[in-house]
Each structure stands twice: as C-alpha cells, then as structure tokens.
Design a protein around this ligand. Structure first.
Ligand SMILES: Cc1cc2nc3c(=O)[nH]c(=O)nc-3n(C[C@H](O)[C@H](O)[C@H](O)COP(=O)(O)O)c2cc1C
Length: 323
C-alpha cells in the first residue's frame, strides 16, 4: 500500500505535505506552530483572530498575526460575520505573511456565535458564500473555509456548504467530522465527510479525533486530500512525523516522558521570550495537562506547576520529576 502523505496544492500554494496542524485558540501560537512544523506538519494553522477586532486595530489581535519564518507555512484563520470586515481581515492576514487565509465557520463557542460568527454561519449558507467571495476578492493567497459536517447530529450540511464555498472561490475546505452540538467529543462521522469529498473538486482536509496512522488513514480512505490534527499534537508535536512513518508502514518511536517534559520546557522558554515571563508562563499553563502526564507523580507536579510564576521555579520543579 502506498502512503497517502504527499504535497498538497491548495490554490496557488503547495504545502510540503498534507498532515496539518489544526487551529486552536490559546494553543497554536507562534512558538507552538514552529515546534509542530519541526515535528513534520505541512502547514500550521494560527489561532482564530476576530475580523471585528482587527478592524479596530486591537493590539492583541494584531499581535496574533505576527509571524516569523520558522512559523511558516501558516494558515491564518479569521472569524467574523460581515463581508467588509472579513475582506479587511483577510488583507491584514495576507500583509502579515499568511500563506493561506482561512475563514472559521465551525466554532461552537457562545460568545463567537452571539456575534454571528463561527458555526452559526452554517445556518445561512448563502451569506457564508458571500463572506468567502469577499475574502477571495480581497487577497491573492488562497482562501479556505473550516466548517463542520453539521450543526445538529443527523442533519448533514457540510456537503452543501463545501459546494457553496467552492462556487465562491475557496481553494479548499477543512471539514471537522463532528456536529457543532458535539463540540470536540465523539467519533467523527466519516460517511458525512465522504459526502463532502464527493461533492467538491477542491481538496477536502479532514479533521476530528486523528491521533495515529489508522485514524488518519480513515479520512484518506473516504476521499480527503489531507488531514488536520488538533489535540493529539499538544504534548506530541512530532505526531506529524509519527503518522507519516506509520502510513509508510514504519513503526515510530514513542515520545518518552522525559523528552516530552524537555520539549515543554523549551516551549515555555520560547513563550517567555515572545510574550514576557508573566504572560508566557500563563499561556503555557493552559496546556499543562497534555504535557505533564504519564509519569508517576504527574498530577502532583501539575498541581504545583499551576501556582508557579517564574521560569527559575519551573525549571527547578521539572528537574525534580522522577520518570
Ligand atoms: C483548545 C481548542 C481551541 C480551538 N480553537 C479553534 C480555533 O481557533 N479555530 C478553529 O477553527 N477550531 C478550533 N478548535 C477546533 C480544532 O481546530 C479541531 O477542529 C478540533 O479540536 C478537532 O480536532 P482534534 O479532534 O484533532 O482535536 C479548537 C479546539 C480546541 C481543543
């Protein structure tokens, strides 16, 4: 069997491979993206950025678009609800180095939905199509749409939405194989993903619960041209390389816990260099559960870690772990 891992052309941009890091707010910042790209990701998606906040030149949102060469290729994701701000945000992302601009039409978070953005856009596919068209018109880089198979389980909309996105000029569709009401849990509905793949000619990138070669292969088997990996990359940024090896019939060496903690410490250091000690340490703590695990006193170490504020204290704590 030949491996499905290969370069992926999305409009005018060709990614070196088709195993991509999914966008995750609070997680896929520059330092983490650089790490995943070193770990074999073909493209690393940035955290979603509010088009509305960019319109008002919100410093935090503008900072989220900052990218250096180690963090590329990057797909920058924007969310919003009207054509003008989406077009402006797409331009802002392109100007700051986005290789791809992605529009979020899958986020189920209430605050985002109340503002008419994220998964609620699926309720009005025609309007969603207008947003895609506005972004496509605004930039030269490819525009993609990240959406879901459905809002409610059993009422499949993903194929229709992908079709509209394609008609309006999207260069690819990312499809999360879960309904919005399922948030991030449960098995992906591969039949619904297959329906999306059958409906459009542009590449479909499948997402949801991918954590190894077998779960990635299942998406390729239903017609996906690529896959996106989210949570399984947190705590193992080498998962892209591991999956590529598995799909090529090799057996990847598992990441040992000592090495996992070393990588986490290096990431914390990168975060501090980027954001300063207070914010850098604070951001790093959000993903502690993914990194500090599978060693005997992991729960106790996590409990102590969340109360620490300085790099020196974190180094001392991590040095005391017995693996
Ligand atoms: C903490 C967290 C933050 C997320 N933030 C975003 C986001 O900013 N944009 C987006 O499109 N999806 C976001 N997602 C959804 C992921 O991109 C992905 O679709 C989801 O986690 C399913 O993939 P997985 O099962 O591989 O984790 C987020 C998920 C998590 C867990």
């Amino acid at each position: 069997m030949t491996s499905p891992v290969r370069p992926l052309a999305v409009g005018s941009f060709t990614a070196p491979n088709n195993l991509w890091l999914a966008p995750m707010a609070g997680v896929t910042d520059g330092p983490f993206r650089a790490l995943c790209l070193r770990g074999g990701a073909g493209v690393a998606c940035a955290e979603m950025v509010s088009a509305h906040a960019l319109h008002y030149a919100n410093p935090r949102s503008l900072r989220m678009l900052r990218v250096d060469e180690r963090e590329k290729p990057v797909s920058m994701q924007i969310f919003g609800s009207d054509e003008q701000t989406i077009a402006e945000a797409a331009r802002a992302a392109e100007e700051r180095g986005a290789d791809i601009v992605d529009i979020n039409a899958g986020c189920p978070v209430k605050k985002i939905n109340k503002a008419g953005a994220g998964c609620v856009l699926m309720k009005d596919p025609v309007h969603l199509g207008h947003l895609v068209a506005a972004a496509v018109k605004a930039v030269k880089v490819p525009v993609t749409l990240k959406t879901r198979i459905a809002l409610k389980r059993g009422v499949i909309l993903g194929d229709e939405i992908a079709h509209i996105a394609e008609s309006e000029g999207a260069s690819a569709v990312v499809i999360h194989g879960r309904a919005a009401e399922d948030m991030h849990s449960g098995e992906p509905n591969l039949d619904a993903v297959a329906k999306v793949c059958a409906r459009v000619k542009i590449p479909v990138i499948g997402n949801g619960g991918i954590c190894n070669g077998k779960t990635a292969q299942a998406f390729f088997d239903v017609g996906c041209a690529g896959v996106m990996i989210g949570r399984a990359a947190v705590g193992n940024p080498f998962i892209f390389r591991d999956i590529a090896q598995e799909l090529a019939g090799q057996v990847p060496a598992p990441l040992d816990n000592r090495r996992r903690v070393e990588i986490y410490l290096a990431l914390i250091e990168e975060n501090i260099a980027r954001y300063g000690e207070k914010i850098g340490v604070g951001r790093s703590k959000k993903t502690a559960g993914y990194w500090l695990r599978d060693f005997p006193n992991a729960a106790e170490v996590r409990g102590r870690f969340v109360r620490l504020e300085t790099l020196a204290d974190i180094r001392a704590l991590f040095a005391s772990i017995t693996f």
